[in-house]
Structures are given as C-alpha cells and as structure tokens.
Design a protein around this ligand. Structure first.
Ligand code: SF4
Length: 298
C-alpha cells in the first residue's frame, strides 16, 4: 500500500518536505495487523501535508507498543518513562515553544500510571499535541487489563475480566475543559491524517488531545476492525459546542463518534496565562569556558 492509495491527489515526494525525510531504516516489530502501523503512517503523512520539516518537531514517546515507534521515524525523539511522557513533553515545549511537540502514549500509561499527569496537563493547558494509542490493554506486556478494557472482558492477568468500571477518557477530558478533543480510529487512515493535522496546528492555542481507538489483534480479541466498523460514526470537524461534544463522547459502546469532537478557539494556553518571557530557555543556553572554575578545584 502506498501513501497515494489514501490520498491520490497529494504528491508526497515532490514537496519541499517529503515523506522520505521522516523515513527510518529501522523496521517495525509490531504484530501483523496491529493498528500502530496506521498511526505511524498517519503521523508522517500529516507532517508532510503540513510541510513541517523534521527539525521543527520533537517526538516524545511513552513506554509501550506505541513507544516502539521511537526509532521507526526520523527527527528529534525522546523515549521517556512509563506514564511520564506528558511532563517531559510539556517541559520541552516550555523550553522551546518554537518547535511542535508531539507526545505519544498508550492507554495503560495515560489512563492508569500517568493519569495524574494527564489531568494536570489538561488543567494547565500545555501547548502540545498528545496522541493516545488506546488498544484497550497493555499490549507490550502481553495483554493485561487497562482502564479502558471493557468491564468483564477477559485478559491474561484477569481471566474473569476487570470488575472496575471502564473509563471513558474522551468524556473525562471534555469534562475537564480540554480545549481540543478528538477521537480517531486506526482503521480509518484518511480521517486519522486529517485529525492529526488539526491537532498539530491547534497546539499554538493549547493542548490538543486525540484518543485513537487502536486495534490490537494479538491480545484484544473483542475490539476488532469489524467491531469498530459496526459502531463508529464519523462527525464533521467544525465543532465548538462543549455540551454537544459531551453528549457525543458519552457513548463509547454502540455509537462511537470519531472526528474532532470539540475545539475551543478562545483557549488560552499555559504560556499565555503566565505571560510569555522575553527569551526562551533554549535561547539562554550558551557555551561558557569552565577552565577558571576547574582551575579553582584543582
Ligand atoms: Fe500491536 Fe497489540 Fe502486538 Fe502491541 S501486542 S504490537 S498493540 S498487536
């Protein structure tokens, strides 16, 4: 399958920024049929269609199958700790607001270990883009239940399925007043590229959060491509009504809305709230001779 199968009118190699700029020689190790392949393709296509060169982007990865993308794409990349990608990404953006900061994590890291960071990233409205590979379990560690595993769905460490209520992260983010909230599906690459483009450009206004329903055919046997295709309803992308978005997000079982569910054009990001500094941390970094200091120690 080539890039142009999904977007026949776009010449991915004749532009100033080419899809090959983001190409890495390291081959993916995801399982056959994994939704990570589509997310990997979508991020490269979105950046090329936006004509954003590799030196203007920082990719931050959490631990998990999502994090295995960290050496499968060219550009500045950091592979962080489990559940901790958001503080890293926010700190990087505050140090250098001129780059687009794109963070990736899974549902396990984001909605369990790192849920405090998720909530506080929304509250502070850090100007970053955040993509969650939500496959409904911990794929990398052989399919344990996560906060988005359906209640009662059997998993390796939960033979009777989790007894806890299933989290609805999209509804939660909206209820916390996140300024850009979208839901994507790894089985719809074209829609994913459009959502990614909007989310990457929105970060100048604040946090852009996208929950991606990602298939994990190895461990999540219930939520297959067919399962989602029977339930997903695409919505249009010009949404600014929070109450409407909350209603759309509520159902994550039968009528699952995908698309940009909400964007607040009046969002004030963290830097605007605190008042921008005259210089950014990255501009304050310089080279200084430490010879005199060393001589004093000898
Ligand atoms: Fe993909 Fe699941 Fe395999 Fe991980 S375990 S690579 S999420 S199919």
């Amino acid at each position: 399958m080539s890039c142009n199968d999904c977007h026949p009118n776009y010449d991915y190699e004749s532009q100033a920024v080419k899809v090959s700029d983001y190409y890495s020689d390291v081959q993916p190790t995801w399982c056959s049929g994994c939704g990570d392949y589509a997310i990997w393709a979508a991020i490269k296509r979105a950046l090329v269609e936006l004509q954003i060169p590799t030196h203007d982007v920082l990719f931050c990865f959490d631990i998990g199958c999502n994090g295995n993308m960290s050496d499968k794409i060219k550009g500045y990349r950091v592979h962080s700790l489990h559940g901790r990608v958001l503080p890293l990404a926010a700190g990087a953006k505050l140090a250098n607001p001129n780059v687009k900061v794109i963070a990736f994590a899974g549902d396990g890291a984001t909605y369990s270990e790192g849920i405090n960071h998720f909530i506080n990233t929304i509250r502070n409205n850090y100007p970053i883009t955040f993509f969650v590979h939500n496959n409904g379990n911990y794929g990398l560690t052989t399919g344990q239940a996560s906060a988005t595993t359906k209640q009662g769905a059997k998993r390796t460490a939960n033979p009777d399925g989790p007894s806890a209520d299933t989290l609805n992260p999209v509804h939660m983010a909206l209820s916390l007043n996140a300024p850009f909230v979208a839901r994507g599906f790894s089985g719809n690459l074209r829609q994913l590229v459009e959502i990614f483009k909007e989310a990457i450009m929105f970060q100048d206004k604040g946090l852009a959060y996208v929950d991606i329903l990602q298939t994990c055919p190895t461990y999540n046997k219930e939520m297959t491509i067919e399962y989602y295709e029977e339930r997903i309803k695409q919505v249009d992308t010009k949404r600014s009504d929070l109450e409407d978005a909350l209603k759309l997000a509520k159902d994550q079982d039968n009528n699952i809305a995908t698309g940009v569910l909400y964007r607040n054009e009046n969002s004030l990001d963290y830097l605007s709230r605190i008042g921008r500094k005259q210089t950014n941390a990255v501009n304050e970094v310089s080279q200084y001779s430490i010879d005199k200091f060393v001589q004093e120690l000898i």
